[in-house]
Design a protein around this ligand. Structure first.
Ligand SMILES: [Zn+2]
Length: 292
């Protein structure tokens, strides 16, 4: 079955969580669900002890993946219930703490949003925009998809940018990619990935645009990392091609666009320091939508 082939190939990418997310979400499953956690080397055996299904254990970072898998296979219902409940337990605690620290906290949230930033990032579960930047609720309008793409036919992305620029009047638009991106890796793989083909083709197009530079990089990981960066830069360019951005910048001097890349190895953001003004100027030779 095509879809199962696609899932297998995604699970085998270097970004296991991309494969995992899609594997769990697929509605085309024909057999009983098996929850499998990202693991390329560990496997369960008869000597693995299934851990007690206490809610904290499911999220203990030190628990081995084989323990997770052994537990999930033997007690899936309990696992699902507890991983669901844990979110609500945390939420109640978070709400109480916020209110205790500031009695007006939720009153202020109700009043509306006035974010400084629009964040366009990858859907990868390891990059929570607010946590890695210290932003609070209300600080960033967020849009995420596989490989942080900005496509002009994507009504979702176009609506987000238009709303953020024209109504929320954000001052910064950040396109944030990350090294080890499974979407970028999949696009580097010469394979039919079914329904993902049109989405990933946007990244293949980035490769084609920068083929000379990328082909000159002999080390595969270095080439992969550079494609991640070039993909971010091209998506910044796509943001700059939108009418809303161009008109707002001509009128107000904002927002400006930034290209960043997050690294799992050190948890740091790298600013690609794109020359936004130069980029916009170059783009407007062909894509000028300011009616000027
Ligand atoms: Zn990614």
């Amino acid at each position: 079955m095509l879809f199962s082939r696609v899932l297998r190939s995604l699970v085998q990418t270097s970004e296991p969580c991309l494969g995992r997310a899609i594997a769990v979400a697929t509605p085309f499953r024909t057999t009983a669900p098996r929850i499998r956690f990202c693991s390329s080397s560990s496997s369960s055996s008869s000597s693995d002890k299934p851990p007690k299904p206490s809610s904290s254990q499911f999220f203990t970072p030190t628990s081995s993946k084989s323990e997770f898998r052994a537990m999930a296979e033997k007690d899936i219902d309990s696992y699902l219930q507890q991983t669901h409940n844990r979110v609500f337990e945390f939420n109640a605690k978070w709400a109480a703490e916020k209110k205790a620290a500031d009695p007006n906290y939720f009153t202020n949230l109700c009043a509306g949003q006035n974010p400084e930033y629009l964040w366009i990032g990858c859907s990868d579960s390891r990059i929570p925009a607010e946590q890695i930047t210290g932003l609070e609720p209300g600080d960033a309008f967020v849009h995420r998809n596989i490989a942080n793409l900005v496509c002009n036919t994507d009504l979702n992305a176009m609506s987000v940018i238009t709303y953020a620029v024209e109504h929320l009047k954000v001052k910064h638009i950040v396109v944030c990619g990350h090294y080890g991106c499974g979407g970028v890796k999949a696009a580097m793989t010469p394979k039919d990935l079914g329904v993902l083909n049109p989405w990933l083709r946007n990244i293949r197009d980035v490769y084609r645009l920068h083929e000379k530079e990328l082909d000159a990089i002999k080390d595969e990981e270095a080439r992969y990392n550079r494609l991640v960066e070039l993909n971010v830069i091209e998506q910044c360019r796509n943001v700059a091609k939108t009418a809303g951005l161009q008109k707002s910048y001509a009128k107000n001097g904002f927002p400006i666009v930034h290209g960043w890349v997050f690294g799992f190895k050190d948890g740091l953001l790298k600013d690609l320091q794109i020359d936004f003004k130069g980029m916009l100027r170059d783009i407007q030779k062909i894509y000028n939508l300011t009616d000027a």
